[in-house]
Design a protein around this ligand. Sequence first.
Ligand code: SF4
Length: 683
Amino acid sequence: MLEAYGDPMPQRMSTGPDETVETACPLDCPDSCSLSVKVNEGRVVAIDGSHRSLTTAGFICDKVRRFADRVTGEARLRHPAIRTGPKGQAAFSQISWEEAIDLLAARLRETRDRWGGEAILPFSYGGSNGLVTQDTSDARLFASLGASRLARNVCAAPTGAALAAMYGRMPSVSYPDYEHARLIVIWGANPSTSAIHLMPYVQRARKAGATLIVVDPRVTQIARQADLHVPVRPGTDLPVALALHRHLFESGAADQAFLSAHARGAERLRERAAEWTFERAAEVAGVAASVLREFAERFAAASPALVRCGWGLERNRNGGSAAAAVLALPAVGGKFGVRGGGFSMTNTPAWGIERTWLDAGDGDRPRPRTVNMNLLGRALTEYDAPPVKLLFVYNSNPVVTIPDQARVLRGLEREDLFTVVFDQVMTDTAAYADLLLPATTFLEHYDLTRAYGPISLQMVRPVIDSVGEARSNPEVFGSLLSALGLADGKDQGELETLLEVMGHLPPAVANALENGDRPEPAFGLTPVQFADVRPGTPDGKVDLFPEALEAESSAGLYRYIPDPASGRYPLALISPASNRTISSTLGELPRPQPSLAMHPIDAHARGLAEGTLVRVFNDLGEVRCPVSIEPTVRPGTVSLPKGLWRKSTANGFTATALAPDTLTDIGAGACFNDARVEVEKVE
Ligand code: SF4
């Protein structure tokens, strides 16, 4: 297909009876590895990392090594099908694609005509999608129908809002420059499981003498290696960061020259930080004041010093302010302008890819309502102007990823709701579908994937033919556009969509992909902040107190909102990514039975022994699973893995059943870590 571009990069090499195909991993993971996939007679034999991407360096995670188990596994969807049993029972009967497209086109038209376009709710997330398979023909279809829009806020919304307001989405320090840091702070992230290609750079920095500080309620693998581990209570990152700011300002360690030349709002940040002495922050965060003092002093003294702002710290009521306070640290501490100094977060903005051409078709149509994906349960059970009548889920498994699982399930059980699920495998959400459509995996279609850790943009190529009758997103959405007479005479299949996206890339990027080179932004793959790249704010300065964030937060920017724990539900439940699941993708594969991690003090107080079957509960629901007693979580906090599927627990509910659908202070993100629970033995 890529002949139009001369199919530049070496894609297929014969190695005896096997063929090796070069592609890339588009799964929701910061690293976007380059892959070498060995195929034999149309079957995937082995998947490994290649050396085309410098950061992949020839190795990948076990999840993707096992990806062939998804491609041809038992759960794989191979044919379109319609429901034949009660919702949730996964009883279906095969139909043809022609029937499926006709049926779906008729339902879309009927729903729009009778209830209005907003009664159609598309629901998707980027678990396995890149620039070609998402927000292209799908966006056109739903915009043409006037469907409700979806705010994809389940992850990275608070951190994204803080970054955009403060730094105008300035690119961040890329993996290779970690080696140059003399101090690395990993805050609310666990790269040992969810950014594994960062680890070698951190190790090299450590060997060269860098100090490592980890802020995390759990003793993760990287926390074990740290010089200083700060095991904060979930949701208290904000006071800790403000105590650091207070120290920088009060001790004279704030870089006044940098702040006067390159920042706005420092004085207001200083005022809000003033009340957070080490003692006060330590009490709220449940750590020793001496630990916070050591943290602050080490950070103030080190250069180059680097702060990795993770996504763990945003998943609570204070998430936006916490992210802003953490991102402000390198500015106040004067850590920019040197290689290995500054902050590290997402690097997707590095490519300057604006997908504005997709909105061009909206014309003068009034903008439809926007539904926050975190409120799916409410959208399905409470909306009435108009009610959601057709839910189109693709590349997403909201039953196990969206807060308030019981409410989401109640919504999906509605007999008057027509649910389409277009996915690769029989997910927990697919079991509730009225119409099932089989989707290709990234080994069966083209895509373009942007890393959000390193700066990298790569082509994803089909390695094998589609399994069964699976089709790619552009093919299916293109067919629907045609069936509904919305295609404007344009063919919008996979190839056309790929070429269209390539045609809208910045010319230098598109040229590099066409020529088989590794694309690079103008500032290279390892920009130094405030030297090679600068804030994209209107005046080019970092805004340490954006008025928009102050206005958005009901409490005010940098104002701490207290812990929601109660006497009934005293334990904070967190649900971090694991080496099995970063999102819920691949949760269908067999895994050892997951358990609730609990500190020995909490287990002892409840008379629990290792392996006891417990109920973890609050007013929203209950999860039943064994308990694992370990000092890897701090007392008062319990932990269940993120992305579990319903079969993983004894009662078919997962951590999202206990997560409230309240929203973060800034960015309207999910508050998974505000789940407060009690735990008791199942009698
Ligand atoms: S999931 Fe992450 S680590 Fe695993 S292959 Fe994909 S990009 Fe690499």
